[in-house]
Design a protein around this ligand. Structure first.
Ligand code: BTN
Length: 256
């Protein structure tokens, strides 16, 4: 990850770029390999959801072999979400109202514009053998019938094709990933918080089958979030799915 360079492999129609990246990673390709596809027929989202993937949007999976503990892989995905935000921002001189929704969604004025699917395999010495960061960005379009609000860069007046986004994304990753490799997530905390969606707001967090409610209070140095429960106590979570009522004006009032 230090002195990281990229090897972009371009595909037309694929099932999922994460699946191709996994095969390549298992076959031993070097880190920095990025699988880019024009469209996906079996795009996957987090929590077992599908990610509809028509041509025009960005679908890319990056293979990394970080020399940090596997347990830190989750914080890597927060850094990748930040790089995606910086890439979108660099496409225009206009200040874009982009925010990061923990753990790794990119939002534009309350609508989801990008998501990350991180997959990792254990290697030696508690290090990952590989980490795959699949990123999908709604550049041109987004599904209209999602249970949450979504948007695209095009709808927000920013024109970008996948190649242009790729260039901006690789530039941001080339800056950010070596920083994370050297010092971990802690130095990113304040930058991440400066872009955080819903800080100070009441949120619901789904962890497995359980729902926890609290005010989104803070982010810890390892990238986990702190919710302040109604008793005023802080609770720390390393994983889960967040819901803000005012981020979901059209959605269900509770996660289903
Ligand atoms: C989410 O927010 O649920 C994550 C969406 C991740 C979608 C990307 S598109 C490229 C890569 N290939 C996949 O099948 N999924 C990820």
């Amino acid at each position: 990850l230090i002195g990281l360079t990229f090897d972009v492999r371009r595909y037309g129609t694929v099932g999922s770029t994460n699946d191709i990246a996994r095969e390549l990673a298992d076959a031993g390709v070097r880190e920095g390999t990025l699988v880019l596809a024009r469209e996906q027929t079996r795009g996957r989202g987090r929590h077992g959801r599908q990610w509809r993937s028509p041509a025009g949007n960005f679908y890319g999976s990056l293979i990394l072999r970080p020399d940090r503990p596997l347990a830190e892989a989750a914080s890597l995905s927060l850094v990748i979400a930040l790089a995606a935000l910086e890439a979108c921002q660099s496409l225009t001189r206009r200040e874009l109202d982009l925010t990061l929704k923990w753990p790794n969604d990119l939002m534009f004025r309350g609508g989801k514009i990008a998501g990350i699917l991180l997959e990792a395999a254990a290697g030696q010495d508690a290090r990952p053998a590989w980490v795959l960061a699949g990123l999908g960005v709604n550049l041109a379009s987004y599904p209209e019938d999602l249970p949450y609000p979504a948007t695209s860069l095009a709808e927000q007046g920013v024109a970008a094709d996948p190649e242009r986004f790729l260039e901006a994304y690789l530039a941001a990753l080339g800056r950010r990933l070596p920083e994370w490799q050297t010092d971990g997530f802690a130095p990113f905390r304040s930058t991440w918080l400066a872009h955080a969606a819903g800080l100070g707001q009441l949120a619901r967090l789904r962890v497995g089958d359980e729902i926890r409610t609290g005010k989104l209070a803070d982010l810890a140095d390892d990238g986990s979030i702190l919710l302040e429960n109604p008793m005023g106590c802080l609770e720390r979570f390393t994983a889960g799915e967040l819901f803000f009522s005012d981020l979901e004006p059209h959605g269900p009032s509770s996660p289903t």
